[in-house]
Design a protein around this ligand. Structure first.
Ligand code: FAD
Length: 396
């Protein structure tokens, strides 16, 4: 019987005919075979923290929540094999026991590894790539039910396609990731004015391992957040230090978020960041201040080479808009989106946006290469839904 499914914020709801939680690769292969034989559709879901309909289907939804845990670690090479249904928080704890840690995390650490990699989830830091950049190899079930294994050493182009693939090449069942020796970070949070922040923005980005800022439309002030190795903490004379703390990186980069929200985030060429932020601020102050109290977040990520990464081939600034879950957000987001598009923005795959293949293919130089790899692996479209066809091929 179809049961209603909803994402974290409640803004995405659908009723899959079946929700399956296989416990082994064999079970998953059998399921893939059954659904493929009746020409059905499968979508794989992580923690359901995306708010675009990437996982929406009226057929079969597969959760890999029974595919959790670190499979093996290699401290010398700083690598691990991890199952895709591992929550990032749990992965951080398990890896710390092996004296290893990820290079970065996003704002929260409750996503599954498979889901976070699948959309190119990122944190902040000019020299730090999104989480998909740590993927060195994958084992995945393809549409014909086979388990394939690919590594960066022998098939780099496949890895560049698979890293950010939105669950459309196959289902990851194990992921080999590059790590760092476990390390600590000192986190500081500061309050200052917008103009002070913008005047010193380049040095703030340059001089801190992780730097981002939130702008609050109601107070028109900003909160700066810096993370640095102990002993190299930030000194910011024009800002007030609000709080600070130190811990192992996986315990201190992310924060718990209890209040659900909806979000639009665009990834822009780094040099366009300041002018896009000024345009966003001006527009929100003029049109949306009364209805939107939530902050705008400014972050940076390093360039990478995954075909569908929103940081593909360019150092990136990301700008995200938030609205409390349950409040109207589309009027606000739709009004702001042209600013991002005017700055050649690429939308975060898991956050609200209105772009489809017509616009997206112009933003991704290897778009067609990715689509060919996808069609070759899945000619009938086992992993495809109307939304994904729209996204990849064009409006229906
Ligand atoms: C509170 C909150 C905070 C967030 N913070 C950030 C942030 O700081 N930075 C950022 O970039 N994003 C952020 N996001 C967005 C979020 O990280 C992404 O949407 C991410 O993809 C969600 O992970 P998930 O495990 O919920 O995956 P889902 O949303 O369930 O799935 C995402 C995609 O991954 C695919 N997928 C999942 N598992 C597999 C698998 N085993 N094999 C193949 N494909 C798979 C799915 O099919 C889908 O296409 C945030 C979202 C929320 C709600």
């Amino acid at each position: 019987m179809a049961k209603q499914w909803e994402n974290w914020s409640g803004s995405l709801q659908f009723s899959p005919e079946q929700l399956e939680k296989p416990e082994s690769v064999g079970e998953l292969q059998q399921l893939v075979g059954e659904v493929a034989n009746r020409s059905g559709t499968i979508r794989v879901v992580g923690r359901g923290h995306s708010s675009t309909p990437l996982v929406a289907t009226d057929d079969t939804l597969v959760s890999l929540e029974n595919f959790g845990g670190v499979l093996s670690t290699d401290r010398e090479r700083c690598e691990a094999w991890v199952r895709p249904g591992t929550m990032l928080k749990d992965m951080g704890e398990e890896l710390l026991e092996a004296d290893l840690a990820v290079h970065n995390l996003g704002d929260v650490n409750v996503q599954h590894l498979g889901g976070a990699v699948g959309t190119g989830t990122h944190g902040t830091g000019k020299n730090l790539g999104n989480l998909s950049t740590m993927v060195l190899g994958v084992k995945m079930i393809t549409a014909d039910g086979e388990v394939i294994e690919r590594h960066i050493e022998d098939d780099p182009d496949f890895l560049r396609a698979a890293r950010v693939s939105l669950g459309t090449l196959g289902i990851f069942v194990a992921i080999r990731i590059q790590l760092l020796p476990a390390y600590q970070l000192h986190r500081q949070e500061w309050c200052t004015g917008v103009e002070e922040c913008m005047e010193h923005l380049d040095e703030l980005i340059e001089e801190n391992r992780n730097f981002d800022f939130y702008w609050y439309p109601r107070s028109d002030e900003v909160k700066l957040r810096t993370l640095n190795p102990p002993g190299e903490s930030a000194q910011i004379p024009y800002a007030d230090l609000l709080k600070e703390g130190q811990d192992w990186a996986p315990n201190i980069i992310s924060k718990a978020r209890h209040l659900p929200f909806d979000e639009m985030e665009y990834c822009l060429p780094a040099e366009a960041g300041p002018s896009a932020f000024r345009a966003v601020r001006e527009r929100i102050l003029k049109e949306h201040r009364r209805t939107v109290g939530w902050r705008t977040l400014y972050r940076t990520t390093a360039s990478d080479d995954a075909m569908l990464s929103s940081s593909y081939n360019r150092p990136t600034v990301t700008l995200s808009l938030h609205q409390n879950a349950g409040l109207e957000f589309w009027d606000f987001f739709r009004d702001m989106e042209p600013i991002f598009q005017a700055h050649e923005g690429r939308p975060h795959w898991g956050k609200k946006h209105t772009l489809r293949a017509e616009e997206l293919r112009k933003l991704y130089p290897e778009w067609e290469t990715f689509q060919k790899i996808r069609r070759d692996l899945d000619p009938r479209g086992l992993w495809m839904t109307d939304y994904l066809r729209d996204l990849f091929e064009g409006r229906l």
